[in-house]
Design a protein around this ligand. Sequence first.
Ligand SMILES: Cc1cc2nc3c(=O)[nH]c(=O)nc-3n(C[C@H](O)[C@H](O)[C@H](O)COP(=O)(O)OP(=O)(O)OC[C@H]3O[C@@H](n4cnc5c(N)ncnc54)[C@H](O)[C@@H]3O)c2cc1C
Length: 304
Amino acid sequence: MTRPLPDELLKVPHRRDVPFARLTTLGVGGLCRWLFEPTTELEAQAFVRACAREGLSWRVLGGGSNLVVLGDVEGPVLRLALPKVACREGRRFTAPASHGHIALAEAAAEAGLAGLEFASGIPGSLGGAIRMNAGAYGREWIDVLVRYRFLTPEGELVEKAPEPGEFTYRWSFLTGGRVVLSATAELADGNPATIRAKVAEYREKRGTSQPLSRRNAGCIFKNPPGQSAGRLIDQAGLKGLRVGDAEVSPEHANFLVNHGHATAAEFAELMDRVQAAVLERWGVALEAEVEIWRDDPGASLQGH
Ligand SMILES: Cc1cc2nc3c(=O)[nH]c(=O)nc-3n(C[C@H](O)[C@H](O)[C@H](O)COP(=O)(O)OP(=O)(O)OC[C@H]3O[C@@H](n4cnc5c(N)ncnc54)[C@H](O)[C@@H]3O)c2cc1C
């Protein structure tokens, strides 16, 4: 069945049939049939309102660094293309959700502001990082976040300070059709040399423990309570397990890497095989940490 898209939606800048291989760090997936890339908050709002009115289900994409796409996606996908300009007011740093996450950490360091060093090795966009409450080395976004703007699933614009319960470990309530538009961090005055040294130390740690020379999506499985997913996978003898061009990294067992031409089907099979082997060996059911997008069963959409 084919369903026509409303005119208000088609006014928002969009592209057709974009391969997810170009939209994600892992570099696999089918086609993104409808990629909407609003360049203003108003266009983003028009997108959300039009989808809400039509009862269309849609998804939001950031830098695609926490995502495994396992087929074509027929429904609309929103990827903000707001101008990537960060602005500083005193110790506060505000940036649009489409701003590169690592670039933001670097800009804060350049400005002599401390507090975002943890973010300096986490790829993707600021919006994805806020949504995921991304963090590393004992710090996470909620430690510095003081205000954020987002759209509700109905397209209302809200600006507020974070409240208890809205952000927890690698989770926030900004799901289910909420779209982060921008965020403000409260940072501290710091010595640029000290900040740069910390950034270099964190990067060095990542460089020696993660397979950064191959395309990947970060840690694939969540750590089960009190255990390390990487260790369970490693001790099940799975490092180096390969399906086509998809492989369990020999350097870090919780990273699955793309040797260049891996397909979505190969990744799906590799993930299944890792989960089955860990269940059989340790009796532990591993859950995905990355978000997985599979083919939508819904109708295909048509412009006119
Ligand atoms: C090499 C590597 C290392 C990593 N290391 C870390 C780490 O140390 N710590 C860590 O926390 N993560 C890490 N990650 C995972 C990932 O980088 C983070 O989760 C990142 O914050 C995701 O941002 P993104 O823009 O790429 O989001 P995407 O992957 O595009 O999307 C992730 C989720 O966020 C949602 N989303 C994206 N943008 C928005 C928005 N504007 N509004 C609402 N929802 C949105 C998507 O719908 C999806 O649910 C790593 C990944 C890689 C590849």
